[in-house]
Design a protein around this ligand. Structure first.
Ligand SMILES: [Zn+2]
Length: 365
């Protein structure tokens, strides 16, 4: 596929700019557009927040490719840029006649606009797709570590003291045990990090509604969900985002055997609960969904995790605009988005390759 080399232009400095670029591109190609207003939150400027859905392709398409940005709020700086680039380079035109593409822009618009990874209710959407009527998965280690993940005091040595306790846990139990305790998802501490929620969030219900509108009659669905913050800088790890037994082998065949999974220990991700693929799997069989999360590395795990804790802390304890708040906001922005042209070019090149592989894969099902 021919693409230009102005990849940095697809990326934006904030949510309103990203939204405008996406809508401009979607309108330019005549995509059908649907704007979902989040009635539960406003932007930092008081503006409305939307998840925007652009569909291109036949109404009765037997195959549907869904491309999502902003599942984790400000990780959307990356995902939105890829979506805008796809359309700006007319890569949607290379899809087969039986395929429709559904671009879901900013599924967590609150997090994108406020530079937070979580939703307006402090929920990690990618841990929120559990059965909320059943007992929640228990993350016992998080109970122990919550007081250090979110210490009473951040400045004046508070963070360093908490860091020492987390480090001690990692040394005793292993780095992956620490990462799992912190990031697997927890349902017991609503003010904590990686909180999976105690009810479906607005973003959860919105995604389910989008799936109902676009996927109900599909024979096969592909899913690309853009993320950042894990793995080597600029590398796009393809993490299985579907049923392990029903789709891992197929995903490997689509993506040159480069797919990883926390089910077999090949991924840099901890084993998670409540991922967004379960919204698709409530409508489609495991054999009908081939999904991946494209996880672009930024910085090391400790740096990224510390930034998430910092953002959580300032949200609980600081007024917007205070010196510590500004410092924390910069930390979480930088941790999940490397705002330089070299990183963006790597992101873009991998995104183009991933789309090409997805088209080829869809042709085989
Ligand atoms: Zn993410």
């Amino acid at each position: 596929m021919p693409t230009d080399t102005h990849s940095a232009e697809y990326f934006s400095a904030d949510y309103p700019e990203a939204r405008q670029k996406f809508l401009d591109q979607a309108k330019r190609i005549g995509a059908s557009l649907d704007h979902r207003l989040n009635p539960k939150a406003k932007g930092p400027d008081g503006g409305d927040l939307y998840t925007d859905v652009a569909r291109i392709g036949p109404d009765n398409a037997s195959k549907v490719l869904t491309i999502i940005s902003g599942t984790h709020g400000n990780e959307g700086f990356c995902g939105s840029g890829c979506q805008v680039g796809y359309i700006a380079n007319s890569l949607h035109e290379a899809r087969a006649d039986d395929t429709a593409i559904v671009f879901v822009h900013a599924i967590n618009p609150y997090g994108f606009a406020h530079i937070r990874r979580v939703t307006e209710d402090n929920v990690d959407i990618n841990r929120n797709f559990v059965d909320h009527s059943a007992p929640y998965p228990d993350n016992e280690a998080y109970h122990e570590l919550h007081q250090y993940a979110v210490p009473d005091k951040w400045a004046d040595g508070g963070r360093e003291a908490a860091d020492a306790k987390l480090k001690e846990y990692g040394e005793t139990h292993g780095a992956m045990a620490l990462q799992t305790a912190m990031s697997a998802g927890q349902y017991s501490h609503p003010h904590g990090i990686f909180f999976g929620g105690n009810a479906p969030t607005w973003s959860n219900e919105t995604l389910r509604s989008i799936i109902d509108d676009h996927m109900a009659d599909a024979d096969h669905a592909a899913l690309i969900d853009f993320h950042t913050g894990l793995g080597p800088n600029g590398h796009g790890e393809l993490i299985l985002n579907g049923d392990f037994h029903g789709s891992y082998a197929r995903a490997q065949s689509w993506y040159n055997d480069e797919v990883t999974s926390f089910e077999d220990g090949t991924s840099t991700s901890a084993k998670l609960t409540g991922m967004i693929c379960y919204a698709f799997l409530d409508v489609l069989s495991p054999e009908q969904l081939t999904g991946i999360a494209v996880e672009y590395g930024t910085y090391d795990v400790v740096t990224v995790l510390t930034a998430m804790r910092f953002d959580n802390w300032i949200n609980l304890n600081e007024e917007p605009g205070s010196p510590l708040w500004i410092e924390g906001k910069k930390a979480i922005r930088d941790a999940l988005y490397c705002d330089n042209d070299e990183w963006k070019q790597k992101v873009w090149d991998r995104a183009v390759w991933t789309l090409e592989q997805t088209y080829a894969g869809l042709a085989t099902v």
